[in-house]
Design a protein around this ligand. Structure first.
Ligand SMILES: NC(=O)c1ccc[n+]([C@@H]2O[C@H](COP(=O)([O-])OP(=O)(O)OC[C@H]3O[C@@H](n4cnc5c(N)ncnc54)[C@H](O)[C@@H]3O)[C@@H](O)[C@H]2O)c1
Length: 669
C-alpha cells in the first residue's frame, strides 16, 4: 500500500533537534485530551511517519504532547535557519510551486516568526501548519506540483495533488473550519491537540505574511485617522504634538511604535517581554526603552512640546502604566491595546503583578490560577480605561478581542446592553469608527507584494511604479498612500523577504498589478507575488472587527468571506485560503485571502482584470447593501462605469419617518 505513494517522508530518522538559544518558544498549550484521545493523537501524528520509525518516534511524540500540549515533530524541522530565499534557489515544476516555498519559509524565518520552532508566525497562535511533518510534505508536494494540478491543504495537512487546469488555483488552503456545533473553544483545543486542526490566523496559514511591515501601514492609517476624527487634525495634517498609548510590541503590535513615528506623533507602548522590545529596538522601530511609567510620560511630554516624533517602549505591564496615568491625572489623547486578547488564557495577556517570566511559569504550573489572575487584571485594565475616557481620552479596541475578553472576565458593563455582547460594546472598535467607514467601505485595503527574486532593486522599481499609479489629488486616502509609498524605502520597513504593503482600492490594486506584470514581461524585474491581508474590505466576516460597521444585522453571517474565497478560486488566483478565527479567536470570524504569482504572462493579465476587481468589489457590494454611505457611493460609481457588463444591487433607502409611522400601526404595549 505505502509503495503507491511517491511523495512521502523518508525512511531514515532525521537527527535530534537542536534549539538555538534566544529564539522565543511557545508556552505549553492547553491539553484537554483523555487517555484514549491521547492515543488517538499519537496515531494521528504517526500517520506521517514510515512504520519502521514508529517505535522510535512514538515515545518522543508523547513527550512533546505532554510537555508542549501539541505534537510539533521537532525532529522534522530542517536544521539551522529557515529563510525565504530567492525563488530560483527552490526546486519546482511550476513557478507557483517555487513561489509558495518562498512564502512559507519567510513565515518561519527566525526574524519574522513569533515562535519559529512551533511554526507560529504571529498572533500568539497563528501557524503555517500544525507540525514539521506537514511542512516537509507540503514542500515536497510543491516541488512536484505542475501547472495542471492543485494541491489541497486542510488545516496544514497536505491532502494530495489533484488534477485541475492551468487556469485553476495551484493551492487551495482551509484552516480550522469547524462544524458549527463544535465551533467552540473546548472542542477547538481538543481538535488541535489531536492534530486535526490548525489555527491559521490570517496570513500565517494563508502563507502571505510579510513581517510587521504589513501591519505598519494599517496601524499608521488607523492612528492618523483616529487623530483626524477625534483630535481635529486636518486632512493634510499629521500627529505632530499628540500622544498615543498602547501595549504590545509583538508580531503585529510591534508596528505601533514605527507607525506613530511615521505619523509624526509620540507613542508609549507597554510590553512585558524584554525580548520583543529588543527586536524592535534593533530594527529601529522603537527609539528608547524606559522602566518606569513616570519616566515614560515625562519623556513623552518633552517630545510633544518640541513637536518631535518619538517611539517609547515602557518595559512593563500596560495596567501599571494606565494606573499611573489615572493616579497622576495625566492626559492620554489616543489609547488602545494590542495584547493578544484573542487568546488571553493561552498566554496572550500577561496579568498585572506578574513579570513575563512569572506569567510563563504560572501558565505551565497552574492554569486555573493563571486564569483568575488574567480576569482580575482585565477588569482593572477596563476600569482605568473607563476613568481615562471620562476625562476625554479616545479609546478604541484594536481588533484583539480586548472588550470580549473583559466581558468574559466578568465585567458585563463593557457590553452595550450590560447583559450580553449581542449589541456590541461601549467602546468602538478601530474598524467601526475608523477603518470601516474611512477605508474598507471605499475598497482601500492591505494590498501587498513580494519580489520573489529577493533583489532590493526590484522592490525599489516596484515602489516607483506603484507611486506612478496613484493620483494623490483623487482622495485623502490616495494622498496618504502616495506619501506612504514615496517614503517606504526611507522608513526601512523590510523584515524577511523584499516585500511591500500599500493600502489601495480596487482600481489602484488592478492598475498596480497590471503594471508589475508588464514589468516582469519586459524583464525589468523578476516574478512578483501579489496578495493581501485577509483583514480587508471583502476578505473577512468578523462582527467585532472587520464587519463591525455592518449594521443591517448580517454581521453574524460569513457569506461574504466565503463567496470572496470561492470567487477568487473560480477566477484563477494562484492560491486561495479560507480560515476560521483570525485575529479575534475561533468561532468569531471567517476570513480568506489569496496570492497571485505575476509571471509576466497574458494569462495572468486576464486573471488580474477579473479577480482583483471581484476580490475588492464583492466586499464593497456587501457593504453598500448594508447601507454604508461610502460603499454606496463607490458601488454606484462602479455601476455607472461598468454599465451592461457588471452590476451591483443597491438598496432603496427608506426614510426614517416612514419606519416611524409604520411602527405606530401596531400597539406595542
Ligand atoms: N496591528 C493590527 O492592526 C491588528 C489588527 C487586528 C488585530 N490585532 C490583534 O492584536 C493582537 C496582538 O497581535 P500580535 O501579533 O502583536 O500578538 P503577539 O502575541 O505577538 O503580541 C502581543 C504582545 O503583547 C504583550 N503583552 C501581553 N500582555 C501584556 C500586558 N498586560 N502588558 C504589556 N504587554 C503585554 C506580549 O508580551 C506580546 O509581545 C492580536 O490579538 C491580534 O489579532 C492587531
Amino acid at each position: 500500500m505505502y509503495e503507491s505513494m511517491e511523495i512521502k517522508l523518508d525512511e531514515s530518522l532525521p537527527p535530534e533537534p537542536v534549539f538555538r538559544q534566544g529564539i522565543r518558544r511557545a508556552p505549553k498549550r492547553e491539553l484537554n485530551l483523555s487517555r484514549k484521545e491521547i492515543e488517538l493523537a499519537l496515531r494521528n501524528a504517526l500517520r506521517y511517519i514510515p512504520t519502521g520509525l514508529h517505535d522510535r518516534l512514538g515515545p518522543e511524540f508523547l513527550q512533546e504532547l505532554l510537555t508542549m500540549g501539541r505534537i510539533y515533530g521537532y525532529r522534522y524541522r530542517p536544521q539551522g535557519e529557515i529563510k525565504g530565499k530567492p525563488i530560483d534557489q527552490y526546486k519546482g515544476k511550476c513557478i507557483e510551486g517555487k513561489a509558495f516555498q518562498v512564502m512559507i519559509d519567510n513565515n518561519l524565518d527566525f526574524e519574522v516568526a513569533l515562535y519559529p520552532y512551533e511554526l507560529v508566525t504571529y498572533g500568539e497562535t497563528g501557524q503555517v501548519c500544525q507540525n514539521w511533518m506537514q511542512y516537509r510534505l507540503i514542500k515536497r508536494y510543491l516541488e512536484e506540483l505542475t501547472d495542471e494540478q492543485t494541491l489541497v491543504v486542510m488545516s496544514g495537512h497536505p491532502l494530495g495533488l489533484f488534477k485541475s487546469s492551468n487556469s485553476s488555483p495551484r493551492v487551495i488552503i482551509t484552516n480550522a473550519l469547524m462544524v458549527g456545533m463544535f465551533d467552540n473553544q473546548e472542542q477547538w483545543i481538543k481538535a488541535q491537540a489531536l492534530g486535526v486542526a490548525n489555527y491559521g490566523q490570517m496570513t500565517a496559514g494563508g502563507w502571505m505574511y510579510i513581517g510587521p511591515q504589513g501591519i505598519v501601514h494599517g496601524t499608521f492609517n488607523t492612528i492618523l485617522n483616529a487623530g483626524r476624527l477625534k483630535l481635529g487634525i486636518a486632512d493634510d495634517g499629521d500627529l505632530r504634538g499628540h500622544l498615543f498609548v498602547s501595549s504590545g510590541l509583538g508580531g503585529m503590535s510591534g508596528a505601533q511604535g514605527k507607525a506613530v513615528k511615521i505619523a509624526g506623533g509620540v507613542g508609549i507602548i507597554a510590553e512585558v517581554d524584554r525580548s520583543r522590545i529588543k527586536t524592535r529596538l534593533e530594527q529601529g522601530w522603537i527609539d528608547e526603552v524606559v522602566e518606569k511609567p513616570g519616566r515614560a510620560f515625562e519623556l513623552a511630554g518633552r517630545k510633544i512640546r518640541n513637536n518631535e516624533s518619538h517611539a517609547i517602549a515602557f518595559h512593563g505591564n500596560i495596567v501599571d502604566l494606565l494606573e499611573f496615568a489615572v493616579e497622576k491625572g495625566l492626559n492620554i489623547e489616543l489609547l488602545s491595546d494590542q495584547t493578544s486578547c484573542h487568546a488571553p488564557y493561552d498566554g496572550g495577556y500577561c496579568p498585572q503583578g506578574l513579570s513575563f517570566e512569572e506569567r510563563t511559569e504560572l501558565l505551565r504550573t497552574d492554569k486555573r490560577k493563571f486564569r483568575e489572575a488574567v480576569d482580575k487584571s482585565l477588569i482593572k485594565h477596563f476600569e482605568y480605561i473607563r476613568q481615562l475616557v471620562e476625562r476625554g481620552t479616545y479609546f478604541f479596541d484594536y481588533g484583539n478581542s480586548f472588550m470580549k475578553a473583559v466581558f468574559d472576565a466578568g465585567a458585563n458593563e463593557i457590553a452595550k446592553n450590560g447583559v450580553d455582547t449581542s449589541e456590541g460594546f461601549i467602546f468602538p472598535s478601530y474598524v467601526e469608527d475608523i477603518m470601516g467607514p474611512m477605508l474598507f467601505d471605499f475598497g482601500y485595503g492591505p494590498f501587498r507584494w513580494v519580489c520573489l527574486s529577493g533583489r532590493k532593486e526590484d522592490l525599489l522599481k516596484t515602489d516607483a511604479a506603484a507611486m506612478r499609479c496613484i493620483d494623490p489629488e483623487r482622495r485623502g486616502q490616495d494622498r496618504d498612500n502616495y506619501i506612504w509609498i514615496k517614503d517606504a524605502d526611507k522608513n526601512k520597513l523590510v523584515v524577511g523577504t523584499q516585500a511591500r504593503i500599500l493600502y489601495q482600492d480596487a482600481t489602484g490594486r488592478r492598475d498596480i498589478a497590471l503594471k508589475f506584470n508588464e514589468m516582469v514581461r519586459n524583464g525589468e524585474i523578476g516574478p512578483v507575488m501579489i496578495g493581501r491581508d485577509h483583514h480587508d474590505t471583502g476578505g473577512t466576516d468578523s462582527p467585532f472587527r472587520e464587519t463591525a460597521n455592518i449594521k443591517d444585522g448580517s454581521n453574524v453571517m460569513a457569506d461574504m468571506a466565503t463567496q470572496c474565497f470561492a470567487g477568487n478560486a473560480a477566477r484563477g488566483m494562484s492560491m486561495v485560503s479560507l480560515h476560521n478565527g483570525g485575529g479575534v479567536g475561533i468561532g468569531k470570524a471567517i476570513n480568506g485571502g489569496f496570492g497571485l504569482v505575476l509571471d509576466g504572462s497574458r494569462r495572468v493579465d486576464e486573471i488580474i482584470k477579473t479577480s482583483i476587481s471581484w476580490d475588492v468589489m464583492s466586499g464593497v457590494a456587501r457593504r453598500a447593501w448594508a447601507r454604508n454611505e461610502n460603499a454606496l457611493l463607490v458601488a454606484s460609481e462602479f455601476n455607472k462605469e461598468k454599465r451592461r457588463s457588471e452590476q451591483i444591487t443597491l438598496p432603496f433607502l427608506v426614510e426614517e419617518e416612514i419606519i416611524r409611522k409604520t411602527m405606530k400601526i401596531v400597539d406595542w404595549e
